[in-house]
Design a binder for this molecule. Structure first.
Ligand code: GTR
Length: 325
């Protein structure tokens, strides 16, 4: 149980209440793999400020950044068990558990960042958030993670042919393993925290991620060729442990949901700036940014769609996404 309910006079004072008033304090522990200052970390902190303000000081969020609570796959399990209250994770690590998350994780499913935002902000996004519930999680909101591209240490990817024989780390998701294999390369699923040394020691040739992660993880120090193939526009998600959720009053549940929603535009603002900054920093630190013909990458994805969009429900989700203008 990580929802501490206690009586504190100091919180009541901070909230401007009389010390005679009894303040209930709920502290929600939130996990993030990224370092302090990263847009997702800052967005959850901002959500916490909104919650504290709107609850008159009763509810707060403590953000544990930099994988302090563990790597994503482990923290997802801990959140399902209610050991962690909130978790900000990519949709990718949910692919095996929550089939609906595969659809926005499909390569090239979104035509652009704007298309992704339009889809995830609407009914389709809500339907996918609802799909977490049978898995002991409550989906609260999506954040942006831009577009992911491949990067390599020795052999630059200037066309799809350069993928052959190279080993790329992927998030632990079968869909991403098959995506990389369909491009003629070899996929190595690894926790995020192991990627730097795996590249450095030559266990793998590269990885794939968005520019802010490429920078903040320092992977650019060991893999300086960044190829803009933009194969994935996979959003991040903020989930809450079902058991924590169930302990909140309906009013507090609404406060949490609304604060999460209200943190989205803040995250996007930080995100857009972070992408520009990361690209400039990468160039300044010696990375080569490579433009590539994306069409052969798109064309190679047919078998991945066939394999992972394998039920009428998922086919319907894909069709609905493609129909969004
Ligand atoms: C980042 C994402 C993280 C994590 C990481 C990874 O872009 O924000 O949640 O999934 O990628 O590749 O493991």
């Amino acid at each position: 149980m990580n929802i501490f309910i206690k009586v504190t006079a100091s919180v009541a004072v901070l909230a401007g209440l009389s010390t005679a008033a009894v303040a209930q304090e709920i502290i929600l522990r939130s996990s993030d793999t990224h370092p302090d200052g990263y847009p997702t970390v800052e967005a959850v902190k901002y959500m916490g400020e909104l919650l504290t303000e709107r609850s008159g000081g009763r509810i707060a969020i403590e953000v544990y950044h930099s994988s302090q609570l563990g790597e994503e796959a482990d923290t997802i399990e801990q959140t399902r068990f209610g050991v962690i209250d909130l978790n900000r994770v990519s949709l990718g690590p949910f692919n095996n558990l929550v089939p609906e998350t595969r659809v926005p994780s499909l390569p090239y499913i979104f035509r652009s960042i704007d298309h992704m935002r339009e889809v995830m902000d609407g009914d389709i996004g809500d339907d996918i958030l609802a799909a977490f519930e049978p898995h002991d999680l409550v989906g609260l909101a999506y954040y942006d993670a831009g577009a992911r591209s491949f990067y390599t240490s020795n052999t630059p990817v200037r066309s799809i042919d350069d993928m052959a024989g190279q080993k790329f780390r992927v998030i632990q998701s079968d869909l991403f393993v098959d995506m990389v294999n369909a491009l003629g390369a070899d996929a190595v699923p690894l926790p995020y925290g192991e990627v730097y040394s795996a590249i450095q020691t030559g266990v793998i040739d590269g990885a794939e991620n968005n520019p802010p992660s490429y920078l903040s993880s320092a992977h650019l120090e060991v893999a300086k060729y960044y190829t803009l193939d933009e194969h994935l526009i996979v959003p991040e998600v903020l989930v809450m442990a079902r058991s924590t959720w169930d302990k909140l009053s309906p009013e507090d549940q609404e406060l949490v949901r609304q604060a999460a929603r209200d943190s989205v535009s803040y995250q996007r603002e930080l995100w857009d700036a972070a992408v520009v900054d990361a690209m400039a920093a990468a160039v300044a630190m010696g990375s080569e940014i490579i433009e590539v013909d994306k069409q052969p990458f798109i064309d190679a994805m047919g078998p991945v769609y066939e394999q992972y969009v394998d039920t009428p429900e998922l086919q319907d989700l894909v069709a609905r996404i493609q129909a969004v203008q």
